[in-house]
Design a protein around this ligand. Structure first.
Ligand code: 5RP
Length: 222
């Protein structure tokens, strides 16, 4: 099976967690795009979605799924999103698509986080994938020095020769060289640095369920 087929498989499997009549929290990325396509086939059974990015909002709307603002909804039953890495306890690295801040907001608003990922994303210890961190641009150089003191190497994410600008008007640092053996402590510590908008380690908002696409079918972890 190709990686694309594994993503399709978990995107469809996630429909099992969608409650009839509910508003669904929807993440961002190529795996979530498969979920959105699957969701469109049952769109008459749900009220709509809260989306974590401009890109997902556009895809949802194009398929006729109503999109609500996060502030219009109190609590969501489920949030479905991908990951760049996930460990066996459900801690994740996210933000490869630069949508980490809104992803964390919608995840925090949801009772259950269902992570959908192909098996290449499962790791023993987080940190092989560069950790995305959304920052206020004026703080970027100081935060780069903070990561260097921790043994990490942080670089501003670029697009078309300029710093990438997120949906929130901020910049992204990608941090390599970190081995995150205690994700909760790492997230808590980095969250406190001035100028950090969001660190792409999801330990406080970890996955309650992980649907992992494998050659042998969808495995349910956590
Ligand atoms: C976007 C994310 C994505 O969930 C993550 O990058 C995984 O993406 P994909 O499903 O395309 O591999 O965090 O900010």
């Amino acid at each position: 099976m190709t990686q694309d087929e594994l993503k399709t498989q978990v995107g469809q499997a996630a429909l099992h967690y969608v409650e009839p009549g509910s508003i669904v929290g929807v993440g961002t990325g190529s795996t979530v795009n498969k979920f959105i396509d699957a969701l469109a086939t049952i769109k008459h059974t749900i009220r709509g979605a809260v989306s974590s990015s401009v890109a997902s909002t556009e895809r949802l709307k194009a398929l006729g799924i109503p999109v609500f603002d996060a502030s219009e909804v109190d609590e969501l039953a489920v949030y479905i999103d991908g990951a760049d890495e996930i460990d066996h306890a459900g801690h994740m690295i996210k933000g490869g698509g630069a949508a980490l801040t809104r992803e964390k907001i919608v995840a925090a608003q949801s009772r259950k986080f269902v992570c959908i990922a192909d098996e290449s994303k499962l790791v023993r210890v987080l940190g092989q994938f560069p950790v995305p961190v959304e920052v206020i641009p004026m703080a970027a150089q100081r935060i780069i020095r903070e990561f260097a003191a921790m043994g990490g190497s942080a670089k501003v994410r670029m697009k078309d020769g300029r710093p990438l600008v997120t949906d929130n008007g901020q910049h992204i640092l990608d941090v390599t060289g970190l081995k995150i053996s205690d994700p909760l402590a790492f997230e808590t510590r980095v969250n406190q640095w001035p100028g950090i908008v969001t660190v792409g380690v999801f330990a406080l908002q970890k996955a309650g369920v992980c649907l992992l696409g494998t050659e042998a079918g969808v495995k349910t972890l956590v």
